[in-house]
Design a protein around this ligand. Sequence first.
Ligand code: NDP
Length: 253
Amino acid sequence: MTQHALPDDYTPAANILAEKVILVTGAGDGIGRAAAECFAGHGATVVLLGRTQEKLEAVYDAIENAGGAQPALFPLDLATASEDDYRGLASAMENTFGRLDGLLHNASLLRERRPIASASWQAWSEVMQVNVNAPFLLTKALLPLLEQAAQASVVLTSSGVGRRGRAYWGAYSVSKFATEGFMQVLADELENTSRVRVNSLNPGATNTAMRRAAYPAEAPTTNPSPANIMRSYLYLMSDDSSGVTGGAFSAQP
Ligand code: NDP
């Protein structure tokens, strides 16, 4: 896999996402929340998708209080959403915005960490549903809207264990390899026929509920807060990465 890096001196401009409409999944907490607030802070109108309405409302309020453009809320549980739900989302977006400039697939489930030999089928299926099947269904439903943008960016959230397998990371690790595969297939399909670019981004160890669950013995402050890893997110979502597609990026060295 080719790993890609940002230009060393990359500094995003203050209004880098002005006029852009960007959908973020898992926008109620952790890295998704930070990304939604950061995108809005750089001029974007964000669509907040997540499964917990109150968390989405808190992010909505934070964005409005900070002076950002009014966001749109879309509560949806990616574990149970049907293809019709995704079509409904696409129609609502079409009616409200008429296009989509950015799609950040961020929501994921970690679930159990144990040997493959004792992994539960139910947990395995849930992880694959949220981490692999949902991004496929959401991307498929939203591709026509992404094609309406002057140029659009799809970013899929990967992980270190999606680039090198590690014992006991089970379905989560395998789902992140699938994420990288999906990114490569879609990027290759769209490269010469579309203005939509597709890349993956590994945020690296970040102080969120997921990280704290995976490493309960670790001091949370060992890792940066989500707000402090946003440079690569801004680069990939903005026109600064025009023409960049099929790349596997990392938000931290
Ligand atoms: P969190 O668990 O802190 O946040 C995940 C978000 O996804 C939450 O808002 C959660 O909603 C949402 N979500 C989970 N399941 C569903 C679902 N079924 N439907 C809709 N939304 C859902 O994770 P992080 O912020 O740490 O992770 C964000 C991304 O970064 C993930 O893709 C993760 O794999 C990746 N990553 C994180 C690393 C880290 O160190 N933090 C390292 C490498 C990769 P709710 O708030 O309602 O639970």
